[in-house]
Design a protein around this ligand. Structure first.
Ligand code: FPP
Ligand code: MG
Length: 309
């Protein structure tokens, strides 16, 4: 029986794999690529607003997952780097829009003032739109040495992930559920599957698609991604209650304040933690066939449950 946390890291990872070093090294590659991806042009204001949020730090989990699965399934870093950047552009734009007064009306994100607090609401909306459009352009224009059919598949999948079937639909369900006391765990899971899980799954899968992975690999990685996606959201809900503003870099206690249904509000904190652990164990069980080649994906799954921000 696998147990999650420190013990699992010891039991399942190859000796010598250092997640902190790995994350730092991958984050550096991604930060540099994103900085280069979006030079300032005219009108400067919009480029500055887009760069302000894109380069505001963050865990860079989505691009890291994309690069990891591309390499795991036989591709190279170069094949997946444009898509990795695009995933972060999409994630960033969704947060800019999520923080707007018309949505969650938040003042802080990633430890900095939110985009609309610095640039105003009109520019923040456009900065989000600009990043979304550019993400697609960037994958199409910058992906090299990958058969066009795979690039098309990634672009199509990205569209499905951000649209009404994914993030947009999930956000609408989330808005509709605010203040309702009868939200079930099933409804909550649907919201999070679309709002957070979809982009995490596409991050994992797009790397593998670009590498030309087999359908068996795609199936295993999808299951891994769905499990870590849900665990990620459960941990997010727990951190909203237990973490400090300094740890999270954003306002805490917002869910309770907005009377949002969360996993802890339905199950309690301890049962939510237990559920997240089980999901991480299921995710990791998908990776055994890859042995030590999947150490990064295993360690990321453990990190999701042990993270403090
Ligand atoms: C944060 O959730 C928000 C999201 C994960 C995505 C929200 C999606 C949109 C605003 C749709 C964006 C539009 C397109 C076209 C993709 P949260 O409020 O639960 O978490 P937080 O505490 O980090 O704000
Ligand atoms: Mg929010």
């Amino acid at each position: 029986m696998i147990t999650t946390g420190e013990k699992l890291v010891e039991e399942t990872l190859t000796a010598g794999f250092n997640l902190a070093v790995y994350l730092k090294q991958q984050q550096k590659i991604i930060e540099e690529a994103m900085d280069k991806s979006l030079p300032i042009a005219k009108p400067e204001k919009i480029y500055k607003a887009m760069r302000y949020s894109l380069l505001a730090g963050g865990k860079r989990l989505r691009p890291i997952l994309c690069l990891a699965t591309c390499e795991l399934t036989g591709g190279s870093l170069e094949m997946a780097l444009p898509t990795a950047c695009a995933l972060e552009m999409i994630h960033t734009m969704s947060l800019i829009h999520d923080d707007l007064p018309a949505m969650d009306n938040d003042d802080y994100r990633r430890g900095k003032l939110t985009n609309h607090k610095v640039y105003g609401e009109n520019i923040a909306i456009l900065a989000g739109d600009g990043l979304l459009a550019y993400a697609f352009e960037y994958v199409g224009q910058e992906t090299k040495n990958v058969p066009p059919q795979r690039i098309l598949e990634v672009i199509t999948r990205l569209g499905r992930t951000v649209g009404a079937t994914g993030l947009v639909g999930g956000q609408v369900l989330d808005l509709e559920s605010e203040g309702k006391s009868d939200i079930t765990a099933e409804t909550l899971t649907e919201i999070h599957t679309r709002k957070t899980g979809a982009l995490l799954e596409t991050s994992v899968i797009s790397g593998a698609i670009l590498a030309g992975a087999s359908s068996e690999d795609l199936q295993r990685l999808s299951t891994y991604a769905q499990n870590i996606g849900l665990a990620f959201q459960i941990v997010d809900d727990i951190l909203d209650i237990t973490a400090t503003k300094e740890e999270l870099g954003k306002t805490v206690g917002k869910d309770l304040q907005a009377q949002k249904a969360t996993y802890p509000s339905i199950w309690g904190i301890e049962a939510s933690r237990e559920q997240a652990k089980q999901l991480i164990d299921s995710a990791i069980s998908q990776l055994s066939i890859y042995r030590e080649k999947a150490d990064a994906l295993r360690a990321i799954a453990c990190y999701i449950i042990n993270r403090k921000n």
